[in-house]
Design a protein around this ligand. Structure first.
Ligand SMILES: [Zn+2]
Length: 239
């Protein structure tokens, strides 16, 4: 975890300090080396949350975009408690997943966090096995052919009425060699982060060899979920 309680305050790890784990109340120790992201660890590196995965720079960037008050939030439900990676002001849980996980875990986590939850997966590890291209005749293109529109500085305008119109999002087909099958049963929205300015939102076939998706700019994703746009660059072109 990136934050622990130090003197009653939510604190980042600093060298040679200790704090209290907000989930299990045991003492945690700062780990501030040169290779890993500075974080807090339990004794003997035991984890009190079985959904925990080691912190990476990727986790840190996403958490910091949503800010200290909205990341690593404890959620208690029916005698169970977990640390949600992000909880937005509008009550959406965003779970960040960097590494492969056991088959049942995605479903368990979705069940616990309920409907108001989305996933962001670090796709940089399988970027070379995942390709996508626009559907040969995507909905977006058909729409352009049917509608008399013109691109202006204000956006796309209907030639006849002069009204601003919204362009439908282009659909992409993906093919995924050696897909991470544990995602096959996930039901919540999944966004794959390949490290560029877009997120690939999977609309069909997650965890399988072929499916569909759309590209959503990280900027619009942050706008929708109240992330800090000043930190947008920290999510782009970093690997
Ligand atoms: Zn703990």
């Amino acid at each position: 975890m990136l934050f622990a309680n130090v003197n009653g305050q939510k604190h980042e790890a600093t060298p040679k300090t200790f704090g209290i784990c907000p989930l299990c109340n045991s003492t945690v120790f700062s780990k501030c080396g040169e290779i890993n992201v500075w974080h807090w660890a339990h004794q003997k590196d035991e984890y009190c949350d079985n959904w925990y995965e080691p912190e990476t720079a990727w986790h840190k960037s996403w958490k910091f975009v949503f800010g200290k008050d909205n990341c690593e939030i404890i959620i208690k439900r029916e005698g169970e408690k977990h640390i949600a990676d992000v909880l937005t002001n509008e009550g959406v849980v965003i779970e960040l997943q960097n590494s492969p996980m056991p088959n049942h875990t995605a479903v368990e986590r979705e069940k616990f966090y309920r409907e108001q939850m989305i996933w962001i997966i670090n796709g940089s590890h399988f970027r070379n096995n995942f390709t996508y291209e626009a559907s040969t005749l995507s909905y977006g293109e058909q729409w352009y052919w049917r509608n008399e529109v013109v691109q202006t500085e204000y956006g796309i305008v209907d030639k006849e009425t002069g009204e601003l119109v919204t362009q439908p999002e282009k659909e992409y087909n993906f093919s995924w060699r050696w897909p991470r099958k544990s995602w096959e049963y996930a039901k919540r929205k999944i966004y794959i982060d390949f490290g560029d300015e877009y997120l690939f939102m999977v609309t069909a076939g997650m965890g399988t060899n072929q499916g569909k998706g759309k590209l959503i700019s990280k900027k619009s994703f942050l706008s929708e979920h109240q992330g800090n746009l000043e930190f947008l660059e920290t999510l782009i072109n970093r690997n």
